[in-house]
Design a protein around this ligand. Structure first.
Ligand code: HEM
Length: 447
């Protein structure tokens, strides 16, 4: 057992930092070829970092004792989302909040959300321009935000519109404040952090109204949205969740669930337009009422273009991994961007090939777009259901036209990797299927 970090590149910190933010995948792959499946890096302002790409090491890390490996308290998201956010807490507090939040995200619940998402997608698609190229990212952001607000928050009417106006202005500031800890100082409403904090206060005021409405709702017990379930949830000691806790979790869902799903959908459009054969098969399948290929396609998009390129853990105690005992304060990156492109795990990884997942369940420790272990994304089923429904509605209503343009490149937006051109789409509306001819009646024949 070697005490300390595994070897890694000796380039200056500034170059490693730049490579990490601009050319992450080639940079990581070069280090893996040179140093193997566990290597160190040095990134500006972040202390020691180790990246992993071996499924066995990933499994050990995901399964490690949560008192040894933290994920929340050292995360930059903690300050942005509040002290109760699931993304910013650890150990007992994390396990308890997670237990309160999980029930509405269980797979069986997803069926109940499907009609709402289909309605939201169909309504938005009506406004898309025909036979004109446009980036699909904006509409996808609208759809996924509305999906969270209606299906998970139970927001309607005035509250829905106020939140739809406010949230994009709040989250737009996110990447800047997330990446640059030194600007997290309130220097008035015009400073980035000052504006962020003020918009968060506006958001909290609307969320408090929604919580009050839920508490007064005589039909609360029949509701299926997450807000209604949080209002009814009880801590281990029998006490209800406080408004501050509920607000932080709702803000967390917005940040964790809105852009991630929107950009995964934009990547879906980007990939499919460059793979007309898959597109044709998907359209046929949708017309016949099937979904196996669509599900496989979504898994393949999440493999080939993971919007979150790695999950992170922080060592709170020395942690033995492979041949190394990693010191306290090491950041471990569980790199989807590496495992997803390892030819031993996914043959011909550069090929976009949904058939690799047809009828096959992805491996828990090599297909990791949603992270893993006790921190695995709680919205994973929701996100995949949402992607499935939005893609189905698109295939039924639109003909997506293939593109021979070069691929869009991944571009970093503070939290997620998005298509550089926003996922450009050209489409035609499909003419509705002809109505079956009415049966000829004697009266009709005489008319
Ligand atoms: C395609 C869409 C999405 C992707 C790629 C994604 C990815 C991730 C990843 C990589 C993590 C970290 C897991 C880890 O550390 O092991 C995570 C955590 C989380 N995600 Fe997602 N996510 C998506 C959608 C959603 C949605 C729709 C929601 C909720 C509405 C959501 C809520 C959360 C929460 C609350 C956590 C923190 C879990 C914890 O720390 O216990 N995500 N997500």
């Amino acid at each position: 057992m070697i005490d300390g970090l595994p070897p890694g590149p000796r380039m200056p910190v500034s170059l490693q930092t730049l490579a990490m933010r601009t050319r992450q995948r080639p940079f990581f792959e070069r280090q893996r070829r040179r140093y193997g499946s566990m290597f160190s890096m040095r990134i500006h302002g972040l202390g020691p970092i180790v990246a992993l790409s071996d499924p066995e090491l990933i499994k050990e890390t995901f399964k490690a004792d949560p008192t040894v490996l933290h994920a929340g308290t050292a995360s930059p998201l903690r300050e942005m989302l509040g002290p109760n956010s699931l993304l910013g807490i650890d150990e007992g507090q994390h396990m308890e909040q997670r237990r309160l939040l999980l029930p509405p995200f269980k797979g069986q619940r997803m069926k109940q959300y499907e009609p709402i998402i289909a309605e939201i997608a169909a309504a938005d698609i009506e406004s898309w321009p025909q036979e004109t190229e446009f980036p699909v990212a904006r509409p996808m952001q609208r759809i996924t935000l509305r999906a969270i607000l209606r299906a998970l928050f139970g927001a309607e009417g005035e509250h829905l519109h106020a939140l739809e106006d406010l949230i994009p202005r709040w989250t737009a500031l996110g990447p800047r404040v997330a990446l640059s800890p030194w600007i997290r100082r309130d220097l008035g409403p015009r400073s980035p952090w000052g504006a962020f904090v003020r918009r968060r206060a506006e958001l909290d005021a609307i969320l408090d109204e929604l919580i009050a409405l839920a508490k007064a709702d005589p039909a609360l017990e029949q509701r299926v949205d997450v807000l209604a379930l949080m209002v009814q949830a009880r801590h281990d000691d029998g006490s209800p969740m406080s408004n501050a806790e509920i607000r932080d979790e709702l803000a967390t869902m917005i940040v964790a669930g809105h852009e991630t799903t929107a950009h995964s959908l934009s990547w879906t459009v980007e990939r499919l337009r460059r793979h007309p054969q898959v597109l044709r098969r998907l359209a046929e399948e949708a017309d016949e009422g099937g979904k196996a290929l669509r599900e496989a396609t979504i898994r393949e998009v999440l493999r080939a273009r993971p919007v979150v390129s790695f999950a992170v853990r922080y060592t709170r105690k020395p942690f033995e991994l492979g041949d190394h005992r990693l010191p306290v304060g090491t950041r471990i990156l569980l790199a989807a961007i590496l495992t997803h492109y390892d030819p031993r795990l996914f043959p011909h990884p550069d090929r976009f090939d949904p058939d690799r997942f047809l009828g096959a369940t992805p491996d828990t420790y090599s297909w990791i777009p949603f992270g893993g272990g006790v921190r695995r994304c709680i919205g994973a089923s929701f996100a995949q259901m949402e992607m499935d429904v939005v893609l189905r509605v698109m295939l039924q209503q639109l003909e997506l036209l293939p593109s021979s343009e070069p691929e869009e490149q991944p571009s970093f937006r503070g939290i997620v990797w998005v298509p550089s051109e926003g996922g450009r789409l050209v489409m035609r509306r499909r003419t509705p299927a002809p109505e079956p001819a009415p049966a000829r009646t004697p009266a009709a024949a005489l008319a």
